[in-house]
Design a protein around this ligand. Sequence first.
Ligand code: ZN
Length: 240
Amino acid sequence: MSDELRVTVWNEYRHEHNSPTVRAVYPEGIHSTIADGLRSYGYQVRTATLDQPEHGLPADILDATDVLIWWGHMAHDQVDDAIVERVHQRVLGGMGLIVLHSGHFSKIFKRLMGTTCDLKWREGNDHERLWVIAPGHPIADGLGETIEIEHEEMYGEHFDIPAPETLVFISWFNGGEVFRSGCCYTRGAGKIFYFRPGHESYPTYYHPDVQRVMANAVRWAAPVAGPSRIFGNRQPLEQG
Ligand code: ZN
């Protein structure tokens, strides 16, 4: 079934233009690297970026998206509220959403969580080890006990999010901090996965285990063919 899933990878695509360092790591943009990784798992993948009309997310594209992946950082406030509303409604209707790294401060994630989503951070070549703490979860499929990332930005607790419905990963950093780095939620009929790694100046999205987590998360977050969501006044189904 996985080859039939349709994924849209959204990236604000600004650091790659502004910073030679980031461009050297992701010459075609973070979204292209993420998309290539997902294609290797057989998904139908398209990309969308902030500067496209409607941020690349017009209604017909979202209608043809099973799972949306979101990477943003420096331009969260430039995302149009009408597009955020459109994405929000699609998630409630069943579209999966995977929010990556600095997307913790995106309008869509903060709206879905209802908290500040603030955290501690440090950019200084930390070493990150993610521990799989839900070994039976579909997002952990095919992983070892830990994922090791040689250089990453540190994110530390407290992370101001609602308690995850399932916590799949906890990260450890060599500064002593820990962080809830793989968090599952449902909102309406939609599934949401927050995944921490992916600072723009490190080659994290080339890491095979990171690619596997995103591929697993797509499968987990994909909509199911459940009943339509019907609301409002109704007549009884049974007579007497
Ligand atoms: Zn970052």
